[in-house]
Structures are given as C-alpha cells and as structure tokens.
Design a protein around this ligand. Structure first.
Ligand SMILES: [Zn+2]
Ligand SMILES: [Zn+2]
Length: 388
C-alpha cells in the first residue's frame, strides 16, 4: 500500500472550520443545531395555516376581504426575514493562516519578553482608540486572531463573528453584523403578526358567540380558534418583549453581548464609543447603514491536496471524497477554555500538527508553520499510511 497526493478543486465552504452546515453548494449557511429552528417554522406556519383555514373565510365575508390579504403579506414578510437571518453568513471572521498565526505569536512573544518559568504570561490584549475611547482587542486562541472591536467567538458555531450580538437557536444561526437588521425586522414583523392574529381570533370568537344576524350563528370549529389564541398569547409576551429589548439596544447602538457583559455600563467608566448620542442616528446606522459583503468567499474555488492511500483495487476518487469530512472534523475547538493563556502553547503545538486541515489552498511545502518540522511530519504521515 502506498500514499499518493491527489490535487483537486473544491469550494472553500467545504474546508471552512467552525461548526456550520452548508446547503445549495455553500449558498446557505447555518449552525449545526437546527432543532429549535424547525420548531420556529412549525409554530409560525402552523398557527398561520389555522388562521387562514378557519378564521379568514368567516372574517373575509363578515368583516373585510382585506383581513386575509394583509395577513398573507405580513406572513410572507416574516418568513422572508426569518430565512434571510437563518440562511446567511452572520459576519464570520476567517481564521488566521498558519503563517499569519506564527507571525502573530512571534509578535506577541517579542512584545511580552521572556516570561520566567512558572509565571503566567500577560493577557493577550491590544488597545485601540475609537472615538477617544480605549477599546481592548482580545486574542482568540481558536481563530488565532486579535478580534476586531465588537467581535466575539460563538462557542456553538465555533467562529469569531463581527459585531456579535448573540447566538439565536430560534433562527438557527448567530446574529451579527451581516444579519442583525433582518433579525430585528423578523422579531418586529412577527410581533405584529402575532398581535394581528390574536386580535382577529378574539374578534372571530366574539362574533360567533354574539352573532349580529342569524347568518353568523354557526359555532363549529372554535376549538382551533382557542388553540391559536393560546399560541399567540404565549408568543406575544416573549416576541414583543424581545422586540422591545432590541429596540432599546438599537437606540443605544449596543449589542446584546455588550449589554450582558456590561461593556459600556457605568462601573467600567467607559462610554459606548459607537453611540451617536442620538436615538434616530443610532437607529439609522443599525437599520439603514451599509450592508457588508461576506469575507468568507464560501463559493470560491481552492486547491485541495489530499494524501490518500492507493491500492490496485480501490479507486482513488472514492478515497479522496471520503477524506473531505475527516479533515473538516479536525476543526474542533483547540482549547476548551480559550481565555487561559497557560493553555495557549500546547494548543499552538496541537494546531501546528493539525494545521493542514482548513488551509489546503497552500502548496504542500508551505502548509506547516515553521515551528513544526514539515519534512518530519510529512514523512511520519506517509510512514503511518504505509503501515496500514
Ligand atoms: Zn474565534
Ligand atoms: Zn453561533
């Protein structure tokens, strides 16, 4: 048995680190955990279907035909905003290439000097000035980058996300710089839809209970109406409350993550440098500001060098296709606690061994950082293959 190197073109999304799933050849990007997202779809589509089936025919005849038309338009808008939030890149920041990571490591070590054995190295932080405020940039031990201001690492998706707001299981995605406004429009329109259905459910029940004429006196099918009223009633509190909370955050130009951490609260004596101190300006910036392109280039082509064992019987193409998911799986978090500087050096050594997995666009000679010995690693991997 011998090992051969197979080079083929793959889309970049196939080799992206992080815990995401992709559909439609990389056009759709979501978190891996989608169970709650399906529940969201079920609740919205189920409730609206009952409304259209049992209330709308009655209300269209006895009140106005505009009632189902407006409900349909609102429903379509809610679904569009939900899918736009769920299926898009929230603003994932690409991880550092092995050479970049090595360079950043060298820079940090040069800045910190020699730390005596047994002492904790200083925290990896860089200070930048934004609107006369000092903002700290933290180093991400998983992505090997200093995060831009307002970015944070999502532990569920295992990515650093720009202007990270929160990870929302209801939409099955992170909410960040690129999809926040769609998330907000989703919660806002869902609040309106819930209030709308709830109101006309009550109207429907009242009209059936107290008919104006004998034509309205049928009392069948009220069980579904009661079910809708219950779903809407419980949804109202959570969704309207969430919309109110995000309206408050937008008016301050603040993220949920910053609010939870108290980044700009009084005790830190740091004012929010992103706020314009004007509610309308803050709302305009968050909701009407420029849209940002994805920096991942998910559908771009890259070269994939797969080292596969070739035998006379086994065709090499099937071996190379099997190798793809294995390399993707090596992108699990390198360090359980990413804020522990003591763990950094072992993790860097580990990443040096694993580094070929997400970085296949580089030629084989450049794939391993200088800290590891490329020839030795390559030889050992071939030797391992030969032993099988
Ligand atoms: Zn990160
Ligand atoms: Zn996430």
């Amino acid at each position: 048995m011998s090992a051969v190197m197979i080079t083929r073109k793959v889309r970049k999304w196939e080799k992206l680190p992080g815990k995401n799933t992709f559909c439609c050849d990389g056009r759709v990007m979501m978190a891996r955990q989608k169970g709650v997202f399906y529940l969201t779809l079920f609740l919205i589509i189920g409730t609206c279907s009952l409304f259209f089936a049992f209330e709308c025919p009655y209300l269209a005849v006895h009140l106005s035909p505009a009632i189902p038309v407006f409900a349909a338009l609102l429903f379509l808008f809610v679904m569009a905003m939900l899918l736009r939030t769920s299926f898009s890149d929230p603003g994932v920041l690409p991880r550092a290439l092995p050479e970049e990571a090595t360079f950043i490591e060298m820079e940090i070590e040069a800045a910190n000097g020699n730390v005596p054995a047994g002492q904790r190295p200083p925290p990896r932080i860089r200070n930048v000035q934004i609107n006369n405020q000092i903002v700290k940039l933290k180093y991400c031990y998983t992505c090997k980058i200093f995060r831009p201001p307002r970015a944070s690492h999502c532990s569920i998706c295992d990515n650093c996300v720009d202007r990270f707001d929160h990870h929302c299981p209801w939409v099955g995605n992170c909410v960040g710089k690129r999809n926040y406004r769609y998330f907000y429009l989703f919660t806002l329109s869902l609040s309106l839809l819930t209030i709308y259905i709830f109101t006309f459910d009550i109207v429907h029940v009242v009209m059936r209970e107290y008919p104006v004429s004998h034509l309205c006196s049928q009392k069948e099918q009220t069980g579904f109406t009661v079910l809708e009223v219950l779903v809407c009633f419980f949804t109202l509190w959570s969704v309207v409350g969430l919309t109110g909370f995000h309206t408050y955050l937008i008016s301050l130009n603040q993220t949920t993550n910053e609010d939870i951490k108290g980044s700009w609260s009084g005790k830190n004596r740091v004012q929010n440098p992103y706020s314009h101190k004007n509610i309308i300006k803050n709302c305009c910036e968050v909701l009407c500001g420029p849209t940002y392109p994805s920096v991942l280039d998910r559908r771009g082509l890259m070269q994939d060098d797969s080292l596969v064992s070739a035998t006379c019987a086994a065709p090499s193409s099937s071996s190379s296709s099997n190798a793809t998911p294995q390399t993707t799986k090596t992108t699990a978090p390198l360090i359980p606690n990413e804020h522990t500087p003591d763990d950094a050096k072992p993790s860097i050594a580990a990443s040096a061994e694993k580094s070929p997995s997400p970085k296949e666009e580089l030629p084989p000679a450049l794939k391993l950082p200088p800290l590891a010995s490329p020839e030795t690693d390559a030889e050992t991997s071939i030797a391992k293959d030969k032993t099988h």
